[in-house]
Design a protein around this ligand. Sequence first.
Ligand code: ASP
Length: 588
Amino acid sequence: MKHRTHTNGQLNRAHVGQTVSLCGWAATLRDHGGVNFVDLRDRWGVTQVVFRPEPDKDLHARARELRPEYCVRVTGKVTPRPEGTVNTKLPTGEIEVEVQSLEVFSRSKTPPFEMEGNQAISEEVRLKHRYLDLRRSATQEPLFFRSRLINAIRQHLTGREFIEVETPILCKSTPEGARDYLVPSRLNHGEFFALPQSPQLFKQLLMVSGFERYFQIAKCFRDEDLRADRQPEFTQLDLEMSFVNEEDIFEVIESMMAEVFEKAAGQKLTTPFPRLSYADAMARFGSDKPDLRFALEIRDASEVFAETGLKIFKQTLDGGGVILALKAPGAGGRFSRKDFDDMVTFAKSQGAAGLAYLKWTAAGIESPIAKFLKAEEIARLGELLPEGVKEGDAVFFAADKKRPAQLLLGAVRLELARRLGMRPQGGISLAWIHEFPLLQLNAEDGKWNSEHHPFTGIHPEDTGLLGVDNGAIRSLSYDLVLNGNEIASGSIRIHDAVLQEKVFETIGLDPEECRKRFGFLLKAFEYGPPPHGGIAIGLDRLTAILTNRESIRDVIAFPKTQKAICPLTQAPSEVDPVQLKDLGLKIA
Ligand code: ASP
């Protein structure tokens, strides 16, 4: 016999009169003058079932012993709910099931938290009992969404003749710039595998092998401090293509995203997505991942203040710095004195010395710096800023070297948008940021580092700058930004062993070390590597954004905490001394 005839989300008026069997968990139990009602829950929904004192006294007595989360099966007749008790919010709200038999599969202890309702429960407790946490529809939803998303991605890419290839989990250290998770080798004491930080080199090798279009839903591992919303293991859609340029990759991702968003989230996207160079994004939005759902644009006001009497601006300009300005429409009227003070405190929390501002009021311009500025400077500032300035507006300034000034106003921009209610809850804004710098100078050791990773190609106009003006070299890397979050990054790769070695050398890897770490790639490049490039999309973050979850932990079935611990299984944990001996390891 089948366990059940229907699920708990299925029955409606059309089933009235039928005898049905349902399985599920007792979600809520109510006693109304001796008649017992149970809401039976499964992943499909909730159905109200009824136990009456007559005619089966024994059945009724057993029903009264049910407790929340008992797992049961009931068989009974579908009947319409009496007038006035119909629940229009529930798909099954027009009917109930008059129970004729009850089977208790298993009992449940009282759960450590309320399973129904939405009171706050500490994450520690939820994760410790994740199997119960995940029994609740609100926690299940993002996982269902995630499954639809991944399914739509697979369908789209296989439809475009991509091949899904699994790459090893036990591998050699990969160079994404984080710390590796290491796995000791039992057969070769003193040697270690690394868990992949990404399948980067394998996917490049697959291009050398001629697969041309590869993808993988890939688990990646990075042993980082989990300050931000990160996980030690996370999932990427990893993709690589041969004989392509940047635009080809953009087109594949755009058409995939358009289809996937429509299928999984019912959202229509406009393609192509806007493209912004890194330099442009930094200049206009003070960020390489700008949230473009609201306007607020930065302007360079250095010219305006070239001859200023305001000392701090003048000193900054004389020292080779810039004066950047950001208009906050309406902030002059809406912000209190305290709001302005808060903005200054905010700027200081970002490492700035302060935050100058001007406020346009009915009585004229108000600001501690107003008396140092000439009327002509104010007028030229008005001409420079988008749509000028009018009563009620405020303008904030950053005076510093270019990059820190941009970053400061980038942060101020987000904070202002938040305070002014300009940052929407929903909405989708996707944009490509490209032409990132290839290298970044590490201020501490004076060494050049790869901004993306060392396999990133060089912008054809800048190849001559390698070793000449490293800081000015643009790369062929790109990020996809969704509502101010970087959700993907990738690049057109280097496919020339000589150039690859030169880049390694520039970032301070000696030839011996290169040979040890990446020799296999350089070797492969001796056998006709095709031009190739790719990208990886962070699926945890994408799912979190699309399901409006704050944390990626909400879209991962069994996540780790900020301390990289699994409260459910208590991993990591000590191991048997015999295991250590087998591996040739001693705990220091
Ligand atoms: N492997 C890179 C990453 O994980 C992505 C790529 O370049 O395709 O960020």
